[in-house]
Write a protein that binds this ligand. Structure first.
Ligand SMILES: *Cc1c(COP(=O)(O)O)cnc(C)c1O
Length: 361
């Protein structure tokens, strides 16, 4: 495996499991960045930016794309651009990023009512169990409840993959009832790396999709929204209104393109899934439980009923130079082999220390 941290940045990512936001741009990304075009994108005339937008539209089989500064901004401009006249509601998973991790932006800036659903199967929303019972279809009669205008799905969610077959059912049903569907696909790369379809399978099903270039792909910033020409035209307005129009985003777009081509298309994510499974297996081997199944690059340690706490694990791992911060561990492609072995060792040490304590008691 190439040494992604060798290009001189002192702040290494190779031992950092605190999140895949910890990835660093690679030498190839920095080189692309310095060769990017430097025209004005507020007027839509920057070559590198337009090329990235077209490339992402092509990959997802959508007519158009728009570069945005973050996944949060992508979800906001997408959803704001799909909605027209209130009253309206957005149906989403109770654990959705738009609901819990975006400072309420989508709901504050649209005035939409959230229709929050805890999926019956604990993993992903299904049409029959979660959506049909909760959706408010506009049948021209009832006026007490805000009609559902958007279903917002997320894939992956907490590292779990939503099956393409269920997504297809939900999108078909929604469109048949005049409801639009947005995908928070900040981590969609991971679902695809796990074998669940391709980008061009998802694009045609959704009205808008957000994809992030930072996180697991390794770029330092940026995301893209893909959709119809009309929606993207409107999204450009919304982006401008919230201060997301950037004069010279060319360098960011150039790095993002390398991130897509080398990290995602280059197949570097699959290894992270294998590592996550390996770490999860180590945890389970000692009797540890997982809060959510490890289906991509996340491992959710459950500390309930163990003789040690998250803080104990954080400290034990730190003695070996491994950084973790919460019960969710994220494996990114710049994690090195030594970090994996050190983390597994830390897990083993804690479980056996706990075992000894129990035996003495
Ligand atoms: C990280 C993330 C976002 C937001 O991305 P930012 O670039 O941090 O704003 C949105 N949705 C999901 C599922 C994410 O994991």
């Amino acid at each position: 495996m190439p040494d992604y941290n060798a290009w001189s940045h002192p702040d290494t990512a190779a031992f950092d499991f605190r999140g895949d936001v910890r990835t660093r741009p690679t030498a190839a990304m920095l080189e692309a960045l310095s060769n990017a075009s430097l025209e004005d994108d507020v007027s839509g005339t920057d070559t590198t930016t337009n090329e990235l937008q077209n490339y992402m539209a092509h990959l997802t089989s959508k007519p158009a794309g728009l570069f945005v500064l973050s996944g949060t901004m992508g979800n906001l401009v997408s959803i704001r651009s799909l909605l027209t006249q209130p009253p309206y509601a957005i149906l989403c998973d109770a654990r959705a990023h738009i609901l819990n991790n975006e400072s309420g932006g989508v709901f504050a800036l649209t005035g939409a009512i959230p229709q929050v659903v805890q999926p019956a199967n604990g993993r992903f929303l299904t049409l029959d169990d979660d959506i049909i019972p909760r959706i408010q279809v506009d049948n021209g009669k009832q006026i007490h409840k805000a009609p559902t205008r958007i279903i917002a799905l997320e894939n992956t969610l907490n590292g779990m993959v939503m099956p393409l077959s269920e997504i297809r059912r939900i999108c078909n049903y929604a469109h048949k009832h005049g409801i639009l569907v947005h995908l928070d696909g900040a981590r969609l790369w991971e679902a695809i790396a796990a074998g669940e379809g391709s980008l061009s399978d998802y694009g045609p099903l959704f009205d808008t999709i957000t994809l992030c270039f930072a996180k697991g792909l390794g770029a330092s910033a940026g995301a893209v929204v893909v959709g119809s020409e009309a929606v993207i035209r409107h999204a450009r307005w919304i982006r401008q209104s919230i201060g997301g129009g950037v004069r010279q985003p060319g360098p960011l777009c150039a790095a993002a393109r390398v991130a897509v081509e080398q990290t995602f298309c280059g197949g570097l994510l699959q290894r992270t899934h294998g590592i996550a499974r390996d770490i999860a297996a180590e945890w389970q081997k000692h009797g540890g439980r997982l809060t959510f199944p490890t289906e991509t690059n996340m491992v959710w340690f459950n500390f309930n009923g163990l003789g040690f706490t998250l803080e104990d694990l954080v400290k034990e791992a730190a003695t070996r130079g491994v950084l973790i911060s919460r019960d969710r561990l994220v494996v990114h492609y710049q994690i090195c082999e030594e970090a994996i072995e050190s983390l597994k060792k830390s897990i083993e040490v804690l479980f056996s220390r706990f075992q000894e304590t129990r035996e003495i008691a």
